[in-house]
Design a protein around this ligand. Structure first.
Ligand code: 3LM
Length: 407
């Protein structure tokens, strides 16, 4: 596939084949099935002897363009679109694991990914362990003779821990393991895991890739050899297919991805600096801050720190809930990567599938609040946070307790 020198160009043109009569926008093939010229050629398409669409669960020209663009952006040979991020997560894992295998997962992943790994995979004979991937000795110690896969997000949802992909890939290669990275929080504009030797990268395309809060989608990227069974076994037989209309919407959203990621990152950085200076805030988790343990990977692995951050208020569950309820510009909603700023409470929302013990072990406290900073003007975003903190302080909700340490 022809690559563009700059990703800001690739998000607009990557994988586009202009069809007759020369429409600028990608044509939308909103069709479940495709008509064969004759019976023999229909059979030839099924046998793989002739290329061409058959049926949208197997492939669709609009969805194909989204897949080509994502492969180019991630530096992959191929990509396979799914009907949701969880379709991509489960599809990538199921393509690599069989009964009797073991995987090691990073601690503190997105709640439904954690549920899939700890509740669904064991039903099919796949076991797992969760460890802190920043501790390479602990990671190595968790690897068993039947371990096949290392699975991680970086930064991690919701507490934004950042893992060193070069170090993890070195260990994985020494042990003959497949690495799978969920790159949803960064997008290929800010981080390209395959360039660090990762084997498979996936996304919830619901988030920044689409960027407009109106689609649920996913995508898996990797080598042609790895993607062939993802497309023609996993997606075909499990059926988590992306609608062509949603692929078309994502292609439209992708065109502004470079601009959006820059603005999301700038806004989130300003929010992080602001929050870090507030007495009611105990801790801000954002890799863009020099105080963040993963800050050293900014530049080497990540081009910017992205639009999501987490904060912990002095107090507990109720304090977090009251703060969230005070916000006006931020909408109280799960998800991230939209133009609108969103706020959610991981302990009761995205990470409620965890047991309280697993949540504590993963560093997700009851007072943690996650902000997905949007594209609004930064002064309006900061004004909203300011008024919410002031309202909480007035009510005496988030004042530090006597002797409570500031971090
Ligand atoms: C959320 N996350 O608000 P879909 N990988 C990552 C994710 O953050 C997500 C998925 C995969 C959130 C969704 S919670 C009910 C809402 C890192 C989703 C799964 O299947 O497209 O939702 O992606 O953190």
């Amino acid at each position: 596939m022809a690559a563009f020198k700059h990703q800001g160009t690739c998000v607009i043109h990557g994988g586009h084949h202009r069809a007759e009569p020369g429409s600028l926008a990608t044509p939308l093939y909103q069709s479940a099935t495709f008509v064969f010229p004759d019976c023999e050629r229909g059979g030839a398409r099924f046998a793989g002897e002739e290329s061409g669409p058959i049926y949208t669960r197997l492939g669709n020209p609009t969805t194909d363009e989204f897949e080509r663009r994502m492969a180019l952006l991630e530096g992959a040979e191929d990509a396979v679109a799914f009907g949701s991020g969880m379709g991509a997560v489960s599809g990538a894992l199921l393509s690599q694991l069989s009964a009797g295998d073991h995987l090691v997962a990073a601690i503190g992943l997105y709640g439904c990914t954690h549920a899939f790994i700890t509740e669904q995979l064991p039903r099919f004979g796949v076991e797992s362990d969760s460890v802190d991937f920043a501790d390479l000795d602990a990671l190595e110690a968790a690897i068993r003779p039947n371990t096949k896969v290392l699975y991680l997000e970086t930064p991690v949802n919701p507490h934004l821990a950042v893992y060193d992909l070069d170090a993890i890939v070195t260990l994985a290669r020494r042990k003959g393991l497949v690495t799978i990275v969920d790159n949803t929080f960064m997008t290929p504009l800010l981080q390209q895991p395959l360039r660090h030797g990762v084997d498979i990268v996936l996304h919830s395309a619901t988030k920044y890739l689409n960027g407009h809060g109106d689609v649920i989608a996913g995508v898996v990227c990797g080598s042609a050899e790895q993607m062939a069974p993802v497309r023609m076994a996993i997606r075909k037989d499990f059926g988590a297919v992306l609608s062509p209309h949603d692929a078309w919407l994502i292609l439209r959203g992708l065109k502004t991805l470079a601009l959006r990621m820059e603005r999301h990152s700038d806004n989130a950085m300003a929010v992080a600096h602001f929050l870090e200076a507030q007495p009611q805030v105990a801790r801000v988790h954002y890799p863009g801050l020099p105080s963040h343990p993963g800050h050293r990977l900014l530049g080497r692995q990540m081009r910017a720190a992205g639009g999501v951050l987490a904060l912990e208020l002095h107090g507990g569950f109720d304090t977090a809930v009251r703060f969230v309820n005070q916000l006006r510009l931020f909408s109280i909603a799960v998800s991230l990567g939209d133009a609108e700023s969103l706020v959610q409470h991981p302990a009761s929302m995205t990470h409620s599938p965890y047991t309280p013990e697993d949540r504590a072990a993963a560093g997700i406290s009851d007072s943690m609040v996650r902000l997905a900073v949007g594209l609004e003007h930064i002064e309006d975003i900061l004004a909203d946070l300011k008024q919410a903190l002031a309202a909480c302080a007035e009510a005496g909700e988030t004042a530090p307790l006597a002797g409570e340490e500031q971090q």
